[in-house]
Design a protein around this ligand. Structure first.
Ligand code: CA
Ligand code: CA
Length: 291
């Protein structure tokens, strides 16, 4: 199956990134489709591990530092993570490698961004600085109320189509787990399913009403893809970044949508909040669907 991508289409973004990554390398099960392409945004995740064998030669080997930091050894030959000098980041080859920070400044690459953020660690400015979106900073239109309501309609449809496409391409690639496949099989075999494509908002709204049950799993699935660090039923700003960051330049309602999705404004999007902003009924929120 060949997918012809029109510009500004999240579905193509999701599929393209997932399937491109599987073309010449082993797919990572459970990897967020977007994350494969745009790199990780694990700014808040501190992973530090070392193995005994390598320490003798190079203490920094296998000593992982979070984004924005690099490993250096001190006088005692002990490895430690220090902020990377942004000038040591590889220069960006193309404009799409630029990123826009929440300070509305364009950074050459995510490496430059995280190195800069690291240097600000401990300051109020550093705490507030996040990677906002992929690409150079640009004017993003205000999201009107009417437009905000359209966002979940398209997003739900995309998620469903992404799952169906992953299912169709799965074979031995393990794009989906067996349990996930069973769920998607039901959607795939449903004859009333809307085929992938650009549909009018009226049609999408009508389909959601008529075939509501088909959308329950895709909404849960995407939550599970993002809720990884840690797996706790809540999405942080950082966990949401792999979905948010590439989406903002294409969909100007992204920021507002996710802001309002956090209905109790505690900075976390709980599964219940997520499900509700995608239009699922309270009684259909089910932790066990995140498989
Ligand atoms: Ca989490
Ligand atoms: Ca919340």
């Amino acid at each position: 199956m060949k997918i012809i991508c029109k510009k500004k289409n999240l579905f193509c973004l999701l599929i393209y990134t997932k399937t491109c990554a599987t073309a010449d390398q082993e797919p990572e099960v459970g990897t967020n489709p977007v994350q494969v392409e745009v790199g990780d945004f694990d700014e808040a995740i501190d992973v530090e591990e070392e193995t005994v064998e390598d320490i003798v030669d190079n203490p920094c080997l296998n000593y992982h530092c979070k984004k924005g930091k690099v490993c250096e050894v001190d006088e005692g030959n002990t490895p430690m993570c220090v902020c990377q000098d942004p000038s040591t980041c590889p220069p960006a080859d193309a404009e799409f490698e630029h990123v826009c920070g929440t300070d509305n400044k364009t950074y050459d690459s995510s490496c430059h961004f995280f190195a800069t953020k690291c240097a600000l660690e401990g300051t109020k400015k550093g705490h507030k600085l996040h990677l906002d979106y992929i690409g150079p900073c640009k004017y993003i239109e205000t999201c009107l109320d009417s437009e905000l309501n359209e966002f979940p309609l398209r997003m739900r449809d995309w998620l469903k189509n992404v799952l169906v496409t992953l299912y169709e391409r799965d074979e031995d690639n393990n794009l989906l787990t067996e349990k996930q496949k069973l769920r998607v099989k039901k959607i795939y075999e449903n004859e009333k399913r809307l085929q992938a494509g650009d549909h009018s908002l009226d049609l999408l709204a009508h389909d959601f009403e008529k075939n509501y049950n088909m959308y329950i799993f895709p909404v849960h699935w995407q939550f599970g893809q993002l809720d990884q660090h840690p797996v706790d039923g809540y999405l942080t700003h950082t966990e949401l970044a792999p979905l948010r960051a590439p989406l903002i330049p294409m969909e100007h309602c992204t920021t507002r949508f996710f802001e309002e999705c956090d209905s109790d404004s505690d900075k976390y999007i709980a599964l219940e909040e997520w499900a509700s902003c995608f239009g699922l009924k309270e009684q259909d929120v089910d932790k066990d669907l995140i498989i």
